[in-house]
Write a protein that binds this ligand. Structure first.
Ligand code: HPA
Length: 273
């Protein structure tokens, strides 16, 4: 695994020798943020050795290295999900590659269903913490000691100073940002109404099928992590209608401008850390 990582990052460095300071992973329907990257070098995942292929509509599958607000960033447009059949090792491979490239902070974004009834579709919510209900963990197996410890601490997985950067960025653009606990399930089915009620009792505010493996792998690596969920729909059963992936993409598209402004300002603040 360690060799595979070095091969992938060597290939990327041979195309673009920059050391990015911040890594960003864009969730479903949020890929258009890449249009805001200055001086971009675009590398399709298919050209990076040992990278898996994304199969989901709305997930592009390209790594873009460039600048946002003068800060060197490496942005993943599209991610790998466990429900696509990728082993967890592949799901978190890109995070490990970003770390090998030299990032210090990772900004994770996703589309999520609202569990908290104070949320509305279109809300951008700061991820305060997470609950892993995927029934697995990307660190299962022999520990790769070159990457991190056997038993990583998760007390401060979502780093306080990065949360401040995002909340500060929200203030900059006059956006009243909420906070919430993200619950990750394996998918690919959306939840049942009974599951949404259960997740609410357990302390979840929003639910999705990603992000948590990446946070775990990043914490293992000692990276600073923060995250933003775009509430694309209310969780199953809250509104009297069925859920559809098209609705998720449409809603994400509708908040694109605010999302981009928030992310640009967040990167500017994190870049100064
Ligand atoms: N559930 C799980 N994942 C999601 C949802 C949802 O309601 N919306 C967007 N991603």
């Amino acid at each position: 695994m360690y060799e595979k990582l070095k091969t992938a990052s060597k290939h990327i460095k041979s195309i673009c020798p920059v050391t990015p300071k911040i890594g960003v992973i864009l969730g479903s329907g949020l890929g258009d943020f890449v249009k805001k990257i200055e001086n971009p070098t675009v590398i399709p995942y298919s050209e990076i050795p040992n990278f898996g292929k994304t199969t989901v509509e709305g997930h592009e599958g390209r790594l873009i290295i460039g600048k946002v607000n003068g800060v060197d960033v490496a942005v993943m447009q599209g991610r790998l999900h466990s429900y696509e059949g990728h082993p967890m090792e592949n799901v978190v491979f890109p995070v490990r590659v970003l770390a090998t490239l030299g990032i210090e902070s990772l900004v994770l974004t996703n589309a999520a269903g609202g569990i908290n009834t104070n949320f509305r579709p279109g809300d951008l919510v700061l991820i305060d913490d997470h609950i892993n209900m995927m029934g697995t963990n990307p660190l299962i197996g022999p520990n790769i000691s070159e990457l991190g410890p056997r038993f990583p601490d998760m007390t401060m997985a979502y780093t306080a100073d990065l949360k401040e950067c995002i909340l500060g960025a929200a203030k900059d653009i006059g956006y009243d940002m909420k906070k919430g606990v993200y619950v990750a399930l394996q998918g690919p089915t959306y939840e049942t109404p009974a599951e949404i009620r259960m997740l609410r009792v357990l302390g979840g505010d929003m639910v999705g099928m990603s992000t948590v493996p990446e946070t775990i792998a990043a914490s293992h690596l000692g990276l600073k992590v923060c995250g933003i969920s775009c509430i694309t729909n209310m969780g199953a059963g809250i509104e009297n209608k069925k859920l559809h992936h098209d609705e998720v993409k449409e809603q994400a598209n509708m908040v694109m401008e605010t999302f981009c402004n928030l992310l640009i300002k967040s990167i500017a603040r994190i870049g100064k850390k």
